[in-house]
Write a protein that binds this ligand. Sequence first.
Ligand SMILES: Cc1cc2nc3c(=O)[nH]c(=O)nc-3n(C[C@H](O)[C@H](O)[C@H](O)COP(=O)(O)OP(=O)(O)OC[C@H]3O[C@@H](n4cnc5c(N)ncnc54)[C@H](O)[C@@H]3O)c2cc1C
Length: 517
Amino acid sequence: MPDPIRRIVILGGGSAGWLTAAVLAAEHDAASGAGLQITLIESPDVATVGVGEGTWPTMRDTLRRTGVSETDFIRECDAAFKQGSKFLRWREDRADDYYHHPFVLPTGYLDTNLVAGWMAHSDVPFSMLTCFQSHLCEAGKSPKQFATPEWASVANYSYHLDAAKLGVFLRRHCVEKLGVRHVSDHMVGVEAHDNGDIAALQTREHGAIAGDLFVDCSGMRALLIGQHYGVEIESQKGVLFNDRAIAVQVPYVDPTVEIACQTLSTAQEAGWIWDIGLQSRRGIGHVYSSTHTTDDAAEAALRRYIVETGGREDDIRTLPRITIKPGFRRGAWHRNCVAIGLASGFMEPLEASSLVMVELAAGMLADQMPATREAMDIVAKRYNDTFSYRWDRIVDFLKLHYVLSKRDDSDYWRDNRLPETIPTRLQELLELWRHQPPSRYDLNRVEEVFPSASYQFILYGMGFMPDPRPAARHSDDVARAEGYFRESAELARKMLAALPGHREMLDHVKSRGMPRI
Ligand SMILES: Cc1cc2nc3c(=O)[nH]c(=O)nc-3n(C[C@H](O)[C@H](O)[C@H](O)COP(=O)(O)OP(=O)(O)OC[C@H]3O[C@@H](n4cnc5c(N)ncnc54)[C@H](O)[C@@H]3O)c2cc1C
């Protein structure tokens, strides 16, 4: 008789653990008792990492899949809308240096080569010319109207959220609605079968908790995949230097001030500072390279930034310093254990690529849940191939943000441009992109983490100037692009008039809610 997979044990109750539990329980009918049995073990002694506030638009679909209400989520998780990122001082260390990476594709993106047309207007930022959403971000507009139903959008969006509140929100939903068993206890050991599979996790108060598949969401400790199985992290420190972070929470001095609807990312001498606007406070942090600066200098830069951007030094609540080992595990699924979240890897928070990997992992696990132990190794191999590919693309995409900088104020920026720190595939793409824009031929999987349009926003935002192509198609492209630039400007004009302000929309959601479909 084949061994059916019925009992799933998730170790860890951070964002990764609860998101995975919610997706699996909702999709596999845990509440009825007929589907999977899902147990989540969460230590009362080990805090969650406490950060992770910027998300990718996939989060809308992930949350919708779990059956929560978007109104409840926004109210309870202090959430705000995010429409992309704004990068300041990345090309040059100047106050007027910035560009956007919005979530909406450039108008006409799938129809023509807009880059050829943009080069005739290259004094206008690429995203401002091609994408109406950059104008919404600059004007602080909401991505939806009061009457737009839950999960639907006028302009594509994701969220800024309070990570601790998300954990509480998902835990309640999982336990009360989705039939997840929550065990608040500390895991103290692993019991193994003769073949090396995990049989059960030993806990301090609840004894051994047996399962068929174990999901390691124990954070950077990686208790099962790392400590028990010894699956190594492949370090990326030679490519992505940032290995330390300080995070703080800063209240708004004026509670009526506009809330940014994009992540602000400001380059520093040896790293960058994120600035995320929630309903009640800002989440701000400095991520930096310990090879290129000291903890004290990094904290001083963070405090300076907060004061310069309207915060009060006395209000700063500092969270514990975080050490990052940039890297990932190629074999995140080993035997009957799959690592999701920080246990599987982490690079740095640039572009919020971590929670989207949790969502993709939980989604693939739910869709491809092996029916039997015999099928599990086949699914595991495909899973590892898929996620190794994704991690490699994240490394390329994050590094792209650094390699084109003209900053010369520190070794950090100079070292980031050294060819030996740039992955070979990215070097090849940069050579190709001198003559043709990033396209689906460069990123040809169905579910790429970052689509080719994202690469265009970064590349041209960073001031990359391709060699014009004297091909016959060139003049057609330019003429078509001109039409799309006019269409994009018209869309921006209409939406700026029609959409409410970001804070106004959040206040509306808090008091009146959003229509449900
Ligand atoms: C500085 C920084 C900024 C970030 N910003 C972003 C961002 O903007 N966007 C984004 O997408 N991601 C971001 N991330 C990543 C994001 O925080 C994580 O992907 C997310 O929080 C998931 O973490 P986790 O659940 O894997 O781990 P954790 O939050 O660390 O949770 C680990 C869990 O394991 C439990 N545990 C540990 N040991 C035991 C034990 N012995 N027994 C039982 N339970 C145990 C703990 O109690 C806890 O519940 C950031 C990360 C860092 C470090």
